[in-house]
Every structure is written in structure tokens, then in C-alpha cells.
Design a protein around this ligand. Structure first.
Ligand code: KOT
Length: 838
């Protein structure tokens, strides 16, 4: 491949530092960028300078493909996917761009010949944390797959100045530190000032008559904010397609500043500027719980309005009419955060472009589709009508009109069912009036999907069941996936090389081909190398743990890992109860045989989520006791890794033996970490929840450690009256564990510290930890036994990888393309760079 690409350079009319791919050219380009772009002499440069120079060198090589892709999209009659998401957790760009451009090896060589080490340079990149967790990372995997599958697509979101906070652990507690990811500049973005858009807020509406005396409504806003597009290239793997992620930065509108300055109101002008820029200042650090703050609604409307205006502007420029918009644009709503789109699209079409309501509604419904990502009732977004009215008065009117027409239809289909109308209404009338964003998104879209089979079933039967009765054909499942480029090739190069050596390299684009590994499952040389790779990955993680936590861990122990957001429904504390049980077993019987384990946790808690923060403290408190106790004799270690992120994930997933996926059945919509672990040869201990069910189906039940209540059993137990205390009374080990926590055994200076945790479990236990405890502990005993049989474990590990093909986001995206978006690949041919023609 490399030689093919290198040959292309000989066709380039101007052999140039910015396009050449030979080692010599790359070296010279790197040195030139250090000098001319970064403005540093090599002898004075630091690693950030090297990182910047190398990023520009790589970006230059992306630009040819990027601009050619834009040209092809501009010239051809195509349909484009627009993925609207409040979060994009892209991960570091440099390594991924090198992989996708097939440049990794040559750049590594060029850097080496320049006396430097590529991996060290890659570590300099700040991880762009513009997302909280699964939802934002899914958006990033989808962009990778869209570009790889050559689908015209654009991601639209917010360019937060501060991404997800950096987590430090102090005295066992989470401390949040601002994420100044733009401090050293961002070489991956191109600012497109010429495509700035105006976004209106507040004010009131009024009726006016047009030239022909017909009445219309117009919106007189109280202030306007500018949206400045910041574009980041999204290269596909081994393809010329480079799509765009367009993130909007909020700035004060020019005229506002001008007026205020002119009237001498300088601080007023500055206040306006600050108020405007606040909109894209910071990512809300909540996962699976909405924060009903005005600024959050402002953020949502801001990026939606910018994006839809951008889509319409481009469409009108190309086609000069809007009736055919659905033939050229498919807009996907990533949860309800962009659901205000439905009202904004109607406003743009009716108020600004003069379309009739019915035509505008046809266009809107056939353009939008909505993905639901959570069943947690508290996570369903609702906005108080007074807030809505003051910020978006015209949108509230439009929503009332949509609702009125919708409920009229329902009344004709189901006459005299007031309760049904109340449940379906976009406006919740109980208590203070609220706008239900999931209802708005469902009514305004032609497709609604869940993110794993069970989740979609529960959506249909539970959260959106009334809508499912109205429109069964709207509902469909799209089981999540992850990109094997970042999560296997980049994260686990040694395993990738072994796989490619055995089955060739095409598995990276056709992950089902991993099945071919099954024919090597008995090959003893292959098995041995498989184990050696896992061992080396564990050693790398062990070194990291030593450097960051000063804890020595045994690479021959089971690396038993739970990394994800900290949330009660994800049950990190179930894992912890079991760790305490193992510790107490050792204390009771110091000579007890136990397969050595290293329990590794990582994840952030929402800053205002008391119980989640207490769980982090509890993990660290238990770690302190267990890791220091000489009686434990290397059998147990507990580690909490601070600041879990995409880049830390790339170190962690390849080093795992056991993946903890232990949410209460019915609560985790899908999970995607579960897939990354599986692809890297970890076995799963998990409940029948989210995509775990499908992972188990694929890898085979004998290769998966299943435990716990089913979603149906959870529901039944709740309706029958669940009494967690019964489990406490009847289970001696569980009782001892909870007593130790409650009596302050792990918090000597503050005996009542963990009482809220224990009280919550004994009195409510909303997530049924106590009901699932024994099943989990028994299942963990089986894991311990299984690990002792190295050969059997190796077989299971290989089969997990070989059968993980379904969980490529390429498969997911193909399903979205065929069944929701109806879009086709567009081939991008490279034209040699010729400055005379450019
Ligand atoms: C909800 C509100 C605010 C921020 C994030 C969410 C959210 C996140 N809702 N669902 N998720 C996760 O989405 C992932 C991708 O589909 C799922 O795998 C995961 O189960 C959800 O919890």
C-alpha cells in the first residue's frame, strides 16, 4: 500500500513538502513545520512543538483528500447524512489520522530518523473531551465509519472551550479541574468565518400582513449570537473520503457590539460579548441525567439553529428549492439534545422561507430521525414552558401548533381517550407545564430507534409504548458498534499484527472476517503469541499504574476492569461489595486459596451527584486498606485510575482479562465499552442488559460469565414489593460486608462516611444490588476457577475476538444507511495537486 501511495507522489506536478509521502519528504516537512509554523528552532523545541509540527505535517496530507471530498460533494447530486449531537468524544486525532491515511509506519520512521519517538509525541496531544461518555463516543465512532464507508456525512455540534473536566483524586475524593484543551492551539480545526450564521434568542412574536394582505407571524428577538464554524477533518480508513465535523463557537453579533460601543455603553457591550461567548464555553458534565438550566437550552438551540441554517443555505445554493430537501439530507438527532430541531426547521421553512405548514411538516418529518439512548426516566428531557417562552417564544407557538394538529389526529384514531392524549401530548400538564422533548422528537421524525435489541423492545413496550401503538413502522433497532480502527488497530497494534498475519488485513474494514481466527484456535504457536500479547499489554498498564498510583500489580493476576461513568445503575458498588467479601474471606482464613486479582476502576462522576462521588471515595478507601494489608499477600489489589478518557481507554481495554458489565437489567441502553473489551480478548462478566445480550449470543454462552436477574424479573420484583433488607438478613457474607462499610472499617477517621451508601442499599436499593449480590459472587468464583485453566481461558479469549465482528460501527452505520437514511457511498477520486488548477 505504502508504495502505491508513494508512487502517486511522482505524479504530483509540484513535489511538495505538503503532499509527499516518502520518508525523506516527511522528515523535511516535519522540520519545516517546526520552523515555519510552530516558529521553533529544533534545539529549543519541546514535545508540544514536535506534536504541533507533526500534526501540521499530517494535516497537510489530509487536506488534499478533504478538499477533493468537498469538491466531489459540491459537484455531484448526492444525499448527505447530518449527525446532530451535543457531544463528540473524538479521541486524539494524530494517531488516528496516521492510521487512516496509512501513514503510521512512514511517519514513525521519519520521526525516528529525526531522533525522536512517535509514541511519546502522540502522548502530547490533549484528548478532546467534548463528550461525557458513551453517547459522545458513539457519535465519534459513527463519523469514523461513515467516512470509511464513503458516505457523504457531516457531524454538527458545539465547540466547547472547556470539555469534560479533568478528574484528579485527592484523599480518595474526585476533584474536578477545568479542561483547557485549547491552551496550546488546535492544529486540527479550520475556522470558516465566511460561513458564520446568526442565531436569535428571546423577545416576542407579532402578527403582520404581507404585500397581499395575508397574515404571518414574525419573531422579534431580544438578542442575536453569531455561530462561527470550526471544521475538523474526519478521514476514513484507507479511502480518499475525508468528511467534516463542524463545531460551532458562539460569539457576540457585530452590530450589537457596535451599537453599545457607539452609545458609550462600553461595559454593556462587554457584558453582551461575555453572555454570547458563554453559550459555547463549557460542556455540561452530566451523563444520563439532564440539567434543566437555561444555558443548556441555549446551547441546544444555538447549535441546532446554526446547523439547520447551514444545511438549508447549502441546499438552496445548490438546488434553489426546498421541497426536495429530504432527497438530499438525512438529519439524525443524537438523543433529544438537538430535538428543538423539529420546531426550528418548521420555523425556518414557514417563517423565513415562506412554505405552507403542511409542506413544511412533510419536509421536516421526512428529513429527521431520532435515536433514543436511555430509558432512565429522570434522563428524559423536559423544559419548563416559562423558560421556553422567554428564550424561544416563536418555537413554543410552533410546538403548540404541532401538538394541536397531532392530538387532533389522535382523537380521530382513538376517540374519547383523554388519558392517551395526556400521555402522548408534547406538553406535560401535570405540575408546572413542561415541553417533553422525546415526544417532540418522536412526532417530528419518520424513524425512531433504540441502540440495542432489548433497549428497543423496552422503548416499544414502556417509555414510548403509546407512540409505538400509533406508528409501529417508525420504530426500529440499531445495535451500537465501535470502530475497530481506534479500538483494536490503534489501541492494540500487536494483536492487530498477529491477526493480520493469520487472516490478512481486510478484517479492519470487514470485521466479520475475524471469524477466520477460529481455525487457529488450536494452533499452539498462535495461542502462545496471543497470551504473550495480552501479557505485554498488561505490563504496559501495570507500568502506568505504578507511575500514577504507586501501586505494584501482578501481571499474572486477573485484570478485572470496570471503566465507565460512575452511576448507581452501572453498579460499581456491586463490584466493590464483592471485593470487600473477598478481603473478608482472607481475613477470616488467611490461607484461603484465591486466584490473584487486580481490580481496576476508572470513571468520572457528575460533579453534583453525591452518591456517585461517594462510590469513588469508597473504592479508594477499600483500595487503601486492601493494598496495604500484608495478610492479603498479593492476592488482591484495588486500583482507581484517575481521569478515565478515550486515550486512557486505549491503554486499558487491551490489558483486560475480565470486563465488568454489571448494570441492573433493563437500565443500560446498550453499552459500548463492553464491545471494546470483547474485541481485545477480554471475557465478560455481565447481566442480560443492553448489548451484553447480543455479545453473549455472538460469542456463545459458554464464553461469557452470565449472572443476575433479567429485566422482566427486575420489574416483577419491584411490583411485588422488593425488600432489600431481606437479603441482608438472610445472607451472612453480604451482611458482614455491609456492616464493615457501615461501621467505618474503611473510613477510620470518619466512621459514618459510608452510611448513606449502606442506608440507600438497605432501604431502597433502586438498582437491586442486594438481589443480585449472591449470583454475582458465585459467578465471580467461577471466573476465578476458569482463569486457572490457562488453555481454556485462551480459547475463550480467542473466540470472543473471533466472534466480535457484529460490533463494528461499520455494521451499525450500514443499517442506518439502508433502513433510515437511504444514502449511498460516493467515490472520491484524487486528482494530482496542481497549484495552477487549485
Ligand atoms: C443522556 C443525557 C445526557 C448525556 C448523556 C446521556 C446518555 C448517554 N444517554 N444515554 N447514554 C449512553 O449512550 C450510549 C450510546 O448509545 C449507550 O451505549 C449507553 O448505554 C447510554 O447510557
Amino acid at each position: 500500500m505504502q508504495t502505491d501511495v508513494a508512487n502517486q507522489t511522482s505524479n504530483i506536478t509540484v513535489e511538495d513538502d505538503r503532499t509527499g509521502l516518502s520518508i525523506e519528504t516527511l522528515k523535511r516537512a516535519f522540520a519545516d513545520n517546526l520552523f515555519y509554523i510552530q516558529g521553533k528552532l529544533a534545539i529549543l523545541a519541546n514535545f508540544t512543538d514536535y506534536y504541533m509540527a507533526l500534526s501540521y505535517t499530517t494535516r497537510d496530507r489530509l487536506l488534499q483528500r478533504w478538499l477533493q471530498t468537498l469538491k466531489v460533494y459540491h459537484e455531484q447530486d448526492i444525499k448527505t447524512v447530518y449527525y446532530l449531537s451535543a457531544e463528540f468524544l473524538m479521541g486524539r486525532h494524530l494517531g488516528n489520522s496516521l492510521i487512516n491515511l496509512d501513514l503510521y509506519e512512514s511517519i514513525a520512521q521519519a520521526v525516528k530518523e529525526s531522533g525522536l519517538d512517535l509514541t511519546e509525541i502522540l502522548e502530547q496531544e490533549p484528548d478532546p473531551g467534548l463528550g461525557n461518555g458513551g453517547l459522545g463516543r458513539l457519535a465519534a465512532c459513527f463519523l469514523d465509519s461513515l467516512a470509511t464507508l464513503e458516505i457523504p456525512a457531516m457531524g454538527y455540534g458545539i465547540r466547547y472551550e472547556f470539555g469534560i473536566f479533568n478528574q484528579s483524586i485527592q484523599h480518595g475524593w474526585q476533584v474536578e479541574i477545568p479542561d483547557k484543551w485549547l491552551r496550546c492551539g488546535n492544529p486540527w480545526e479550520v475556522v470558516r468565518y465566511e460561513s458564520t450564521v446568526q442565531v436569535k434568542f428571546g423577545g416576542h412574536t407579532e402578527i403582520y400582513n404581507d404585500d397581499r394582505g395575508r397574515p404571518h407571524t414574525r419573531w422579534i428577538p431580544s438578542f442575536t449570537v453569531e455561530g462561527i464554524p470550526h471544521d475538523t477533518p474526519v478521514p476514513g480508513y484507507q479511502t480518499n473520503t475525508v468528511n467534516t465535523l463542524r463545531l460551532w463557537k458562539a460569539e457576540a453579533g457585530e452590530d450589537f457590539n457596535f451599537q453599545a460601543f457607539n452609545s458609550g455603553d462600553y461595559d454593556g457591550a462587554v457584558a453582551t460579548k461575555i453572555k454570547s461567548e458563554t453559550i459555547s464555553k463549557v460542556l455540561y458534565p452530566n451523563d444520563n441525567t439532564p440539567q434543566g438550566r437555561q444555558l443548556r437550552l441555549e446551547q441546544q438551540f444555538f447549535f441546532v439553529s446554526c446547523s439547520l441554517q447551514d444545511i438549508i443555505r447549502r441546499h438552496l445554493k445548490k438546488y434553489g428549492r426546498l421541497d426536495n430537501l429530504p432527497e438530499h439530507a438525512a438529519v439524525q438527532l443524537n438523543d433529544t439534545h438537538p430535538a428543538i430541531s423539529i420546531a426550528e426547521m418548521m420555523r425556518l421553512l414557514v417563517d423565513e422561507h415562506g412554505l405552507f405548514w403542511d409542506e413544511a411538516w412533510r419536509i421536516t418529518q421526512s428529513t429527521f430521525a431520532y435515536t433514543n439512548h436511555t430509558l432512565m426516566p429522570e434522563a428524559l428531557e423536559k423544559w419548563g414552558v416559562p423558560l421556553f417562552e422567554s428564550l424561544l417564544p416563536r418555537h413554543l407557538e410552533i410546538i403548540y401548533e404541532i401538538n394541536h394538529r397531532f392530538l387532533q389526529d389522535v382523537q380521530t384514531w382513538y376517540p374519547d381517550d383523554e388519558e392517551l392524549l395526556a400521555r402522548l401530548s408534547i406538553i406535560e400538564e401535570n405540575g408546572g407545564k413542561q415541553v417533553r422533548m422525546a415526544n417532540l422528537a418522536t412526532v417530528g421524525s419518520h424513524a425512531v430507534n433504540g441502540v440495542a435489541a432489548l433497549h428497543t423492545e423496552l422503548l416499544k413496550q414502556d417509555v414510548l409504548s403509546d407512540f409505538y401503538k400509533l406508528w409501529p413502522e417508525k420504530f426500529n433497532n440499531k445495535t451500537n458498534g465501535v470502530t475497530p480502527r481506534r479500538w483494536v488497530l490503534l489501541a492494540n497494534p500487536a494483536l492487530s499484527e498477529l491477526i493480520s498475519e493469520k487472516i490478512g488485513g481486510t478484517w479492519l474494514k470487514h470485521l466479520d472476517e475475524l471469524r477466520k481466527l477460529e481455525s487457529f484456535v488450536d494452533d499452539s504457536d498462535f495461542r502462545q503469541r496471543w497470551r504473550q500479547i495480552k501479557q505485554a499489554n498488561k505490563q504496559k498498564l501495570a507500568d502506568y499504574i505504578m507511575a500514577h498510583n504507586c501501586v505494584e500489580v501482578d501481571v499474572n493476576s486477573i485484570f478485572d476492569i470496570q471503566v465507565k461513568r460512575i452511576h448507581e445503575y452501572k453498579r460499581q458498588h456491586l463490584d466493590l461489595l464483592h471485593i470487600i467479601a473477598l478481603y473478608l474471606r482472607i481475613k477470616q482464613n488467611p490461607h484461603i486459596q484465591m486466584t490473584p486479582r487486580t481490580f481496576i476502576f476508572g470513571g468520572k462522576a457528575a460533579p453534583g451527584y453525591f452518591m456517585a462521588k461517594l462510590i469513588i471515595k469508597a473504592i479508594n478507601a477499600v483500595a487503601d486498606v486492601v493494598n496495604r494489608d500484608p495478610d492479603v499477600h498479593g492476592r488482591l489489589k484495588v486500583v482507581f485510575l484517575a481521569n478515565f478518557s478515550a486515550s486512557l481507554g486505549q491503554l486499558i481495554y487491551p490489558a483486560a482479562d475480565l470486563s465488568e458489565q454489571i448494570s441492573t437489567a433493563g437500565k443500560e441502553a446498550s453499552g459500548t465499552g463492553n464491545m471494546k473489551f470483547t474485541m481485545n480478548g477480554a471475557l465478560t462478566i455481565g447481566t442480560l442488559d443492553g448489548a451484553n445480550i447480543e455479545i453473549r449470543e455472538e460469542v456463545g454462552e459458554e464464553n461469557f460469565f452470565l449472572f443476575g436477574l433479567t429485566a422482566a424479573e427486575v420489574e416483577k420484583m419491584k411490583t411485588d414489593g422488593y425488600k432489600p433488607r431481606d437479603y441482608y438478613e438472610s445472607n451472612e457474607e453480604l451482611r458482614h460486608v455491609l456492616d464493615r462499610l457501615a461501621m467505618g472499617y474503611f473510613s477510620p477517621g470518619d466512621k459514618d462516611l459510608f452510611k448513606p451508601l449502606v442506608d440507600s442499599l438497605l432501604n431502597h436499593d433502586d438498582y437491586m444490588l442486594l438481589a443480585d449480590y449472591q449470583a454475582y459472587a458465585d459467578c465471580q468464583d467461577k471466573v476465578g476457577e476458569a482463569y486457572k485453566d490457562v488453555e481454556q481461558w485462551t480459547t475463550m479469549s480467542i473466540l470472543n475476538v473471533a466472534r466480535s465482528g457484529k460490533f463494528s460501527s461499520d455494521r451499525t452505520i450500514k443499517e442506518y444507511c439502508d433502513e433510515i437514511w437511504h444514502v449511498k457511498p460516493v467515490n472520491v477520486e484524487l486528482e494530482p495537486y496542481d497549484p495552477a488548477k487549485a
